[in-house]
Design a protein around this ligand. Structure first.
Ligand code: NI
Ligand code: MN
Length: 225
């Protein structure tokens, strides 16, 4: 499984031959100006919630690639009405896709579309790939529901928001990594705007002091699991 950070909360995941994009917000992110959305491959686009900083490039990429949207019922319906294919889910539900199993899990946040219309309830995704399992928390507060995840899935990586203000910050993300029982963390949802700027070295040190590994990738940088 190859994971590429595309800035903010945008992630690309390659599982075998399958390309999965998560929450593409690239063309509106000045820090990601070296990433061209017209070059991104996508068989599926996972959307955690309907906020602009998670859906900005969904429509353009889905229309170019024919990617299938995987999200909550309301978000999938929104895109189906634009002629885009989708697979609707809701909290607690899982489905076996051709690349692996996905469970749509709870997040504590909000989920309106940019025009104020209802975007369902926000979520995160647990992805069980061929050999590796990951958790993409989405925008969320620290929540006890995270403790449910390791009852069923042994995670190899937890992708957690760390920017604070709109989501968990560093200290809560450390507790979240305890709850999901995964000490390898990829931080996201930081530095994009003024409200969520963090001190990278201080953040890494805090995780390190708890025997955890916080990875902060450059935009465009990949890791292999
Ligand atoms: Ni949000
Ligand atoms: Mn966000």
């Amino acid at each position: 499984m190859k994971i590429t950070f595309l800035g903010h909360a945008s992630i690309q995941i390659q599982i075998g031959e399958t390309n999965i994009l998560v929450d593409p917000f690239i063309s509106g992110n000045p820090k990601a100006s070296h990433i061209n959305i017209n070059n991104l491959k996508a068989d599926y686009i996972l959307v955690t919630h309907a906020h602009q900083d998670h859906i900005l490039d969904v429509e353009a990429i889905a229309k170019r690639t024919g990617a299938v949207i995987i999200s909550n019922f309301e978000i999938v319906t929104h895109y189906q009405n634009k002629g885009i294919e989708g697979h609707p889910m809701n909290h607690g539900g899982s489905w076996e896709f051709d690349f692996g199993r996905i469970k749509y899990v709870n997040a504590i946040h909000t989920s309106s579309f940019p025009d104020g219309s209802y975007g369902g309830q926000p979520g995160g995704f647990v992805i069980e790939g061929e050999r590796k399992n990951i958790y993409i928390a989405g925008d969320t507060a620290l929540t006890y529901d995270m403790k449910l995840i390791p009852l069923q899935t042994k995670l190899d990586l937890a992708i957690l928001p760390i920017g604070d203000n709109f989501t968990m910050g560093i200290d809560d993300a450390i507790i979240a990594s305890d709850f999901v029982e995964c000490d390898k963390i990829l931080g996201y949802h930081f530095d994009t705007f003024g409200y969520i700027e963090i001190n990278h070295e201080a953040a890494k040190r805090k995780f390190f002091d708890k025997d955890k590994d916080l990875m902060l990738l450059e935009i465009g940088e990949s890791i292999e699991l």
